[in-house]
Design a protein around this ligand. Structure first.
Ligand code: C2E
Ligand code: CA
Ligand code: CA
Length: 285
């Protein structure tokens, strides 16, 4: 039994070792991939629930890895955050999103804004405001066509400095959204101190909507969602619901006054030429 146990441990260690080596290899491949142009952005519609118009799109990074194929962000963003590589990667995402968005023009009304996810590390960095200001100047993108998404946990783990940075960005005219709203530690004090424009309510509140009436869990979920919408509107913020997968969910969200939606029912993430195609003929988008 002793030797068998020992063998299991050895096997376990070897597995862990292999995993660690794989992580190191993946992490080392990020700067190389950036240099070789292996990353690209998909864009997912942020749709008005009032009139169905395209308000904005969220930029979602993908990695066309030479050996592993197309990787979704969940498989490398965490790693990039741990190693600090999110700073150059996130910087590339920001620049690429602005570069593509500046070419979007609407036949009527406002062209869509582009919404970019910012990791804690990026918000903490002293040079962020300058980087964004230089980027807007270089690309010519109007500041109100850029939205930055930060999570509640960013507000919890950071102190004075990022609040100042976000305020400076808002002063430039950049939109600030709270991502995955309702899933973080709910000290809402930051809403008082921060110039937020939009709350993006996490998909887990949307899932289970309009489920059978005898499901008490989902009824509670509906009430939470309705209260989040009232809270946002009382603070003059707009609300975007994430994870809208069905027409029923969209109808219900519209009925409780939710402003915008994002999700498979409204549009899947797609490459930039889809945005251009939509803008060329919005009714077919
Ligand atoms: P997120 O910011 O919450 O982005 C929304 C995610 O939900 C996307 O996954 C999107 O494809 C997915 N989604 C959209 N509609 C639906 C739906 O109706 N149902 C369901 N179940 N899911 C839906 P994706 O593209 O895999 O991104 C995952 C996460 O990776 C993002 O979550 C975001 O936290 C992170 N991420 C993506 N791009 C970047 C980036 O450039 N920088 C940073 N820091 N994080 C990023
Ligand atoms: Ca997001
Ligand atoms: Ca989100």
């Amino acid at each position: 039994a002793k030797t068998a146990g020992g063998a299991r441990w050895a096997l376990y260690d070897a597995e862990r070792d292999g995993q660690e080596r794989a992580r190191q290899a993946l992490s080392a491949a990020i700067p190389v991939g950036l240099e070789r142009g292996e990353f690209y952005l998909d864009y997912q519609p942020l749709t008005s629930l009032h009139d169905g118009s395209l308000l904005g799109v969220e930029a979602l990074v993908r990695w066309r890895h030479p050996q592993l194929g197309v990787l979704r962000p969940d498989s490398f963003i965490g790693l990039a955050e741990e190693t600090g590589l999110i700073v150059p990667l996130g910087g590339w995402v920001l620049a690429e999103a602005c570069r593509e968005a500046v070419g979007w023009t609407a036949a009527a009304g406002e062209p869509p804004y582009v919404s970019v996810n910012l990791a804690v590390r990026q918000v903490r960095r002293p040079g962020l405001v300058q980087e964004v200001r230089a980027l807007l100047r270089r690309t010519g993108l109007p500041p109100n066509r850029l939205q930055l998404e930060i999570t509640e946990s960013t507000m919890m783990t950071t102190a004075e400095e990022p609040v100042r940075a976000l305020r400076a960005l808002a002063d430039l005219g950049v939109r600030i959204a709270i991502d995955d709203f309702g899933t973080g530690y709910s000290n809402l004090a930051y809403l008082r101190d921060l110039p937020v424009t939009d709350l993006k309510v996490a998909g887990e509140f949307v899932r289970g909507l309009r489920a059978p009436d005898d499901d008490p869990g989902s009824r509670t979920g509906e009430r939470i969602l309705a209260s989040l919408v009232s809270l946002a509107h009382a603070l003059d913020l707009s609300v975007t619901a994430e994870g809208v997968e069905t027409a029923e969910q969209a109808d219900w969200l519209r009925a409780i006054g939710c402003d915008a939606g994002q999700g498979w029912h409204l549009g899947r993430p797609a490459p930039a030429d889809q945005v251009l195609a939509y803008l060329a003929s919005p009714q077919s988008g």
